[in-house]
Structure formats: structure tokens, C-alpha cells
Design a protein around this ligand. Structure first.
Ligand code: PHE
Length: 335
């Protein structure tokens, strides 16, 4: 083969290969072009290369040099096309995509509105000098009833109004129906003065509706010392209401009855233009003080129990208690 024809075919091959690589619309087309031109077995570069053997010896150095140049040029053309397609993948997805922008902030979870409310209540009462105490959710009759001056035949002990548990080794147990149990537990192991709150779940077999749920939370408060009066109770609740609901919330007591307080009251707060009931309260009954070994002639105390869901719902504008426990993230995400 004459050197001119050989060089001519190399030039044509280079132009064709570069054209094919540039035009390849996707990775599959580029790979097909690579095999056509650079394939190790039947690639077109390989077949042109075979012609080198038929070049007259004097022209071989020139032919070999040109062959190497063209091979390098075709290889670079292929590399450029590979890079172009890699960039293209991103551009095709979204032409406005800017990989230099800061990443989107991670979507974190958030605390349940009831958990947020409890945190705030603990905070407010802590500033008033009330420390947080805990008690078990599975209770015995002494702490849920007897020591709270609730006699054996009292309707509050009705099996229809409580979750009694079976098979607990002779001792009758139940899911506590009120956090007043913690009053007893604290006074049993501590001498006055006492200034505590208890915050937790209580259970009653109510049918769920917008204002009832078989599990809810109470905030119990208890203060026992020499000379504690009803005025201390009202002032404490007024300070609490001011802190939690906003400034200048009126507090109203309505006469009521609880076996463990005497006198007993229902507690209303005047808020957003109307009176709303938030729980019960009263002066600790002397029988309760005696049941834990305190002397009612020396110390007196007040106690209150407020509904945490009620406080939470009024604050956040929730109108159905069931929404709090369906745990639909679209609902929970709003708080
Ligand atoms: N334990 C009462 C209830 O669950 C509330 C209460 C607590 C009343 C403390 C008086 C004193 O309804």
C-alpha cells in the first residue's frame, strides 16, 4: 500500500470517529461508536493499522508516527464525549440544578404537643418552688383509694370506672385513675414541708370522643406546711394560670366534693372571654394527713389536679382530644 493512501485513510478515520463520538446522544450510542472505531478485535482503527505491514520500509517511520497521533486523537475524542454525557445526566434532570447550593436542612422530628406542654408546666411550677415527683402507673388500692379517704363502698372504685388488673398475686392492682396517688407516695416517705407536682398518665374506661380519652394526663400539685391556707392555693393557681395562659387570668373556685380534700373546689380560669374548667382542688383532708402519719393539728396543705390535655388544647386551639393520639404526622407537624 502506498503511503499516501494510508495517510488518507487515517485522516478520514479520525474525522469519522470524532464526529461519531460528538454526536452520540447517550451512553449506549457512545459505547457502540467506541466498539466500531476502537474495538480491540474488529475495530476500524485496528483494520487500518493492519495496512502498516504493507507500507514500503522507507515510509514506515512516518506512517507509524501518524498512526499513533490518530489513535491518541480518537481516544481523547472518546474521553471528551464520556465527560459530556456524565454532565448531561444532571442537566437533563433539572436545568436549574445548582450543585454548589447549600444542602436542604434535614427534616427533624419534633416533640409531641403534650410533651411540650408537660415541659412548660414543669418549668413554671419549678419557678414557684414545686419539684417534680414520679409515681407508678400501676397502683394498688391503698394509694389510689384508701389513703385518699375513698371508702370501700365509694362509687369511684366501681370496676366500670377503673382498669383493674387481674393476676397480680393476691394484691388488687389497677391503672391509676388519678395522679393524687403520688401525693400519698411522697408524703409516706417525706416529712413536711412538701411542695411537689406530679405529671403523668391516668386511665379511665371512657369512650373516646372529642373531650374524652381512656388515657390522659394530669398535673397534680401538693403543698403541706405549717399554716397553709386556701389563699395560698388560689394564689398559686393564679400565678400558674398567668404564666401558662398569658397575663391576668382570673381564677374562680366553685364548691365541689372530693373525698381527699375539705373543702373541695372546681377550678375555672377566665380566658379568651369565658370561664373554663381545668380541674379540681382543695385543702388536704385531715384523714389523708393522718393516713401518712402527719399531724393535722400541726400542718395543713392544699392539693390540686389539672387536666394537661385541656391546657394543651386550649393553648394550641385543638378541639378534638383524639387528634393528640392518632399520631398523624400531618397534624403533629403543626406544633
Ligand atoms: N384527683 C382529682 C380528679 O382526678 C382532682 C383533684 C386533685 C382534686 C387534687 C382535688 C385535689 O378529678
Amino acid at each position: 500500500m502506498a503511503i499516501d493512501a494510508f495517510l488518507q485513510s487515517l485522516t478520514e478515520l479520525e474525522a469519522e470517529a470524532l464526529g461519531a463520538f460528538d454526536a452520540a446522544p447517550d451512553a449506549a450510542a457512545l459505547e457502540a461508536a467506541r466498539i466500531e472505531f476502537l474495538g480491540a478485535k474488529n475495530g476500524r482503527f485496528k483494520s487500518v493499522q493492519k495496512g502498516l505491514g504493507t507500507i514500503p520500509p522507507a515510509d514506515k517511520p512516518l506512517a507509524g508516527k501518524r498512526l499513533n497521533e490518530v489513535r491518541d486523537a480518537i481516544q481523547s475524542g472518546f474521553d471528551r464525549a464520556t465527560e459530556r454525557l456524565a454532565r448531561g445526566v444532571i442537566e437533563e434532570v433539572d436545568p436549574t440544578f445548582d450543585p454548589t447550593l447549600p444542602a436542604a436542612p434535614p427534616r427533624l422530628g419534633r416533640r409531641h404537643p403534650i410533651t411540650q406542654t408537660i415541659g412548660e408546666l414543669v418549668d413554671i411550677m419549678g419557678r414557684l418552688g414545686f419539684s417534680l415527683e414520679e409515681g407508678p402507673e400501676i397502683e394498688d388500692e391503698r394509694h389510689n383509694f384508701d389513703a385518699l379517704n375513698i371508702p370501700a363502698d365509694h362509687p369511684a372504685r366501681d370496676p366500670l370506672d377503673n382498669f383493674y388488673l387481674s393476676g397480680s398475686g393476691g394484691v388488687l392492682r389497677l391503672l391509676r385513675s388519678q395522679t393524687s396517688t403520688v401525693q400519698i407516695r411522697v408524703m409516706e416517705r417525706r416529712q413536711p414541708p412538701v411542695r411537689i407536682i406530679a405529671l403523668g398518665r391516668v386511665y379511665r374506661p371512657d369512650t373516646a370522643d372529642p373531650t374524652h380519652y381512656p388515657m390522659f394526663h394530669q398535673m397534680e400539685g401538693l403543698m403541706v406546711d405549717r399554716g397553709v391556707t386556701m389563699a395560698d392555693l388560689k394564689r398559686t393557681l393564679a400565678l400558674f394560670a398567668d404564666s401558662y395562659l398569658g397575663t391576668d387570668v382570673d381564677v374562680r373556685f366553685r364548691p365541689s366534693f372530693f373525698p381527699f380534700t375539705e373543702p373541695s373546689v372546681e377550678v375555672d380560669f377566665f380566658w379568651n372571654g369565658r370561664w373554663m374548667e381545668f380541674g379540681g382542688a382543695g385543702m388536704v383532708d385531715p384523714n389523708v394527713l393522718r393516713a401518712v402519719g402527719y399531724d393535722p393539728d400541726v400542718v395543713s396543705g392544699f392539693a390540686f389536679g389539672l387536666g394537661v390535655e385541656r391546657l394543651c388544647m386550649r393553648r394550641f386551639g385543638v378541639t378534638d382530644i383524639r387528634d393528640l393520639y392518632t399520631n398523624d404526622v400531618r397534624f403533629l407537624r403543626q406544633f
